[in-house]
Design a protein around this ligand. Sequence first.
Ligand code: C2E
Ligand code: CA
Ligand code: CA
Length: 583
Amino acid sequence: MIPQRRFTPRSAEDMTEKLEKLIAANEALKNEIAQRIAAQERSDSIALISEENPNPVLRVTIQGHVLYANGPAKMLLEFWNIDIGDPLPDEWCRAVVEAEKKQTATERELLCHDSFFVLTLQPVVDADYVNLYGRDITKRKETEEQIVNFDDLTGLPNRALFQDRLKQVLGHARRTGKLVAVHLIDLDHFKDINDTMGHDAGDALLKGIGERLLGCVRTSDTVARIGGDEFGVIQVEPNNADSIAILAQKLLKSLEQPFKIDGHDVHSNASIGITIFPDDAEKPEEILRNADMALYHGKGENRGTYNFFVTKMNDEVQRRRAIEDDMRAGLERGEFVLHYQPKLHIRSNRITGMEALIRWNHPQQGFMSPAEFIPVAERSKLIVPIGEWVLREACARNKAWTDAGLGPIKVAVNLSAVQIHETDLTATVRGVLEETGLDASQLELEITESLAMRNAEATIELFTELSEFGVSVSIDDFGTGYSSLSYLKDFPIQRIKIDKAFIDDIGSDENPGAIARAVTTIGHSFGMEITAEGVETEDQLTFLHSLDCDEIQGYYFSRPLPEDQLGEFLKNFEETEAIRLSR
Ligand code: C2E
Ligand code: CA
Ligand code: CA
């Protein structure tokens, strides 16, 4: 309605102006009334056919004002908070104008509470209105969501949905002041199961694990598969850290019983990293990152346990990153050196080999042990250039000693997982031998037992290639892994190095040196040579001699030496040996 106003005319022009305004207002009013009457008529006519339609039907003016809505469409009006005669929300008005202008039907989606609708905006030729026909597509959306948001194999939410849920849960927790815990669960040695038993078995295991985890939580919690062998649990509103730890224990315990797969008992241990909101982090990405850090930390220290995130881990990550940067620069500045530990061939009393061991001459921290920086290098893949440098340096040095008339002896180089699984090692080795001119028979590569077992097929293939052009391979730290010697006989390996732990055993009371004895006997029966690592006493040497063990390496004979001292050691040893033999 036009508001009534009192005014006092002051001049003839004034009067004319006011009069014009009045006439215009009157016109507008007439129009409005006419439109309403027309709307009522149209509404009556459309109502005849639409009232029984179970889907929403609307008719709106070409500007988007609602003329009519059938029963099911009332829900939409309520949702938009509008009535008959009111305009639709802005974006819908725009869509109506657009459809009318183009005179083509257009479709738009609408999420109304829990229901999904598609609304078809249908302009009508020569009419001054547009019809909207709705269809409920909630079911179809659910299936689509199922495909996009759920993991095919386990049927659990995938990473995307996990993150979505986490966001929602955090929003709620922020308002209510409650806690949220995220448990990140990573399977230990899952890759081994995949490698040794095949992917179907791996899949079956993942499915079984998902089911067991699901059995541990409340319905309000979320269990998701967020990576290959990684699961995540969102624990909603735990009372305190105790209830979080209790759930973590429960999750681990649920995986303890073996899984029956293809008639085999398959064991699967897991480690868990935990972050608590809001104590450790506020944002979803931070929460996941911290849980991951806690997980990593746990894996390094002891597998099969759960670990809460502590800020200290952040410092550790910083420290690791600093070492990484330093290491990269150190490699360029030539701060790495090799020490060589000579090995004594017991029967012939000759030096037949030496192991190259890397050292880092750090500008601030002095000589750093490989135990400190090799794991960092492995994680950051810096081990690839470092490993290649070690190989080239060791081969070049050995060639120089041979040329100087010392030896010929073999140099053994240690290899890391990344070098074996992610580089073309055969090509690298071949290239380095060509470049340095060292004879392939003077190079030996050491691979730890656990590493060789990790992907047995690939390892056998690699070893075969290497031995084909004359490089020998030895199994390092033997006895610390889980393999049996009979399994190893299929590997083309020339040497087994018994881990220091079993040499230390020689002095013990119970069954002294039993493992060293067994390994030597069986290894020999497969035609392999045996080296004892970490020999520190004469008693140990005597015992090993009695077993007919081939080589010893250890402080008793020599510590690892810098290259100039090793040269001297070789020369002196050859001379004294010559004296001894000539007597
Ligand atoms: P490893 O391959 O088992 O090397 C033998 C380790 O035992 C060496 O430690 C050596 O100094 C030490 N050792 C030798 N004899 C004795 C002994 O009688 N008593 C005692 N207590 N220890 C003895 P190091 O040099 O600290 O190397 C540690 C580990 O670092 C090596 O264990 C190896 O796994 C790794 N490593 C060293 N150099 C390289 C390298 O160039 N590349 C790679 N990937 N790893 C390396
Ligand atoms: Ca070694
Ligand atoms: Ca070793």
